[in-house]
Design a protein around this ligand. Structure first.
Ligand SMILES: Cc1ncc(COP(=O)(O)O)c(C=O)c1O
Length: 421
């Protein structure tokens, strides 16, 4: 399996000079109290917290540089444009994309996937064609394809997963058909933590000339991602899950594909000329950035990427790997706990159910202890159906979490069991 993740023989986080207590001081919200208890934030797969540098970058933009981009000759507009386009280059380097014009700013992973489903799908998918996804997709990587199938009379095909929550790669291969027009697969499952062998998936699909979209909402914050090495055609991410602001995300697309695709939305900035008879579209990536974009969001995302780069992706991955191992041992050992998602390759997500206790009830007790976890279907209802559970409790880790917080989670679960059991 070839995935970009912390390998068992990678240096530990501490060996890499990772100091979690120093990192925690960068995140002002971690000093909050919830119901009189220090906040233990373990809902990072839903959204991460923001370091001071990101908050400051957004405030500084509004305080000193606020202007619309690409349109003004005045100094503020030039400054805003420079900051916006510098952030694009930061994202390019972060994903190791070949060119900055392959980076399109969107609202989030959801919008990135909808963009591809509509702009690519409109021209490449027809009646009786097939789109291949997997059982472990987030609703954001299911519904846009269902909408496209409905519009075009195409069919959605779904690759199953095994009891551990791993993709059945042999079945994936068998489901690739002469009618498959695109494969859309998550890199990391938000509900199970499974890391998919995306590089293998891409090479199997490419052998049949089928492009692959990778939903990177849960991988960009946690793994070193190299889109050229993965060779994926599209890659979607959300800024707010990687220490950046909400409302900003990225679609990476290979230049040749983006150039050949029609626009997603029409409006200002995505054109080079307009008459009532004919509109000539702007070059990529601007062709896909209609209207005034989320300038402050892009600048905030750039600051988040600089922050992560400074700490180092592999040190972060090693730390989160240690947290996951510790949590799997500690929480997994609690009588009555059943882990959902036990893949060999996992990122920092621990989903579980408790015998005879509904996840929402345990979530409420944990909240009283100041512990924020997610309970529910995690926008992945087919995963819940696969494991025959209505919901799970999900603890998900980020670079600022500690083993002490996992101990607090374990104590909170024991307390919940006493109270509810
Ligand atoms: C795997 C995955 N894909 C897509 C999304 C959608 O992200 P957003 O809501 O930021 O667009 C999420 C959000 O949780 C996710 O976990």
């Amino acid at each position: 399996m070839s995935v970009s993740t912390a390998l068992p023989h990678s240096p530990t986080a501490v060996e890499s000079g990772f100091d979690v207590e120093r990192i925690r001081r960068d995140f002002p919200i971690l000093r909050e109290f919830v119901h009189g208890k220090p906040l233990v934030y373990l809902d990072n797969a839903a959204t991460s917290q923001k370091p001071e540098v990101v908050i400051d970058a957004i405030a500084n933009y509004y305080r000193h540089d606020n202007a619309n981009i690409h349109r003004g000759v005045h100094l503020l507009s030039q400054r805003a444009t420079d900051e916006y386009e510098s952030a694009r280059k930061l994202v390019q380097r972060f994903l190791n994309a070949g060119e900055a014009r392959e980076i399109v700013f969107v609202r989030g992973a959801t919008e990135a996937i909808n963009l591809v489903a509509q702009a690519y799908g409109r021209t490449h998918v027809g009646p009786a064609d097939e789109i291949l996804i997997t059982t472990m997709e987030h609703h954001s990587n299911i519904v846009p394809w269902q909408l496209l199938c409905k519009q075009k009379g195409a069919h959605l095909r779904v690759v199953p997963i095994n009891e551990a929550g791993e993709l059945e790669l042999d079945k994936f291969e068998r489901l690739l058909s002469s009618r498959t027009r695109i494969v859309a697969v998550t890199h990391v499952s938000n509900a199970l933590g499974t890391i998919n062998p995306v590089k293998d998936i891409v090479s199997l699909a490419h052998a049949r000339n089928i492009p692959v979209l990778v939903d990177g909402a849960q991988s960009a914050p946690h793994l070193a991602v190299d889109v050229q090495d993965l060779d994926c055609d599209f890659y979607a991410l959300s800024g707010h899950k990687m220490y950046g602001p909400t409302g900003i995300g990225v679609l990476y697309g290979k230049a040749a594909l983006l150039e050949a695709m029609p626009p997603y939305q029409g409006g200002g900035d995505m054109i080079s000329s307009v008459t009532f008879e004919k509109t000539i579209f702007n070059k990529i990536p601007h062709k896909f950035e209609a209207g005034t974009p989320h300038i402050a969001g892009v600048i905030g995302l750039g600051a988040a990427i600089s922050y992560v780069n400074e700490i180092g992706g592999s040190a972060i991955a090693a730390h989160e790997h240690e947290l996951l191992n510790y949590a799997t041992r500690t929480i997994g050992a609690i009588p009555g706990v059943k882990l959902i998602g036990t893949a060999r390759e996992k990122a920092g997500v621990l989903s579980f159910v408790l015998e005879n206790i509904h996840p929402h009830d345990i979530g409420t007790i944990l909240d009283q202890e100041g512990i924020a976890v997610r309970t529910g279907h995690h926008c992945a209802q087919p995963v819940m159906d696969r494991f025959c559970v209505p919901a799970t409790v999900r603890a998900s880790f980020a670079l600022y979490n500690t083993t002490k917080e996992i101990d607090a989670l374990a104590a909170g679960i024991e307390k919940g069991k006493e109270f509810l059991g």
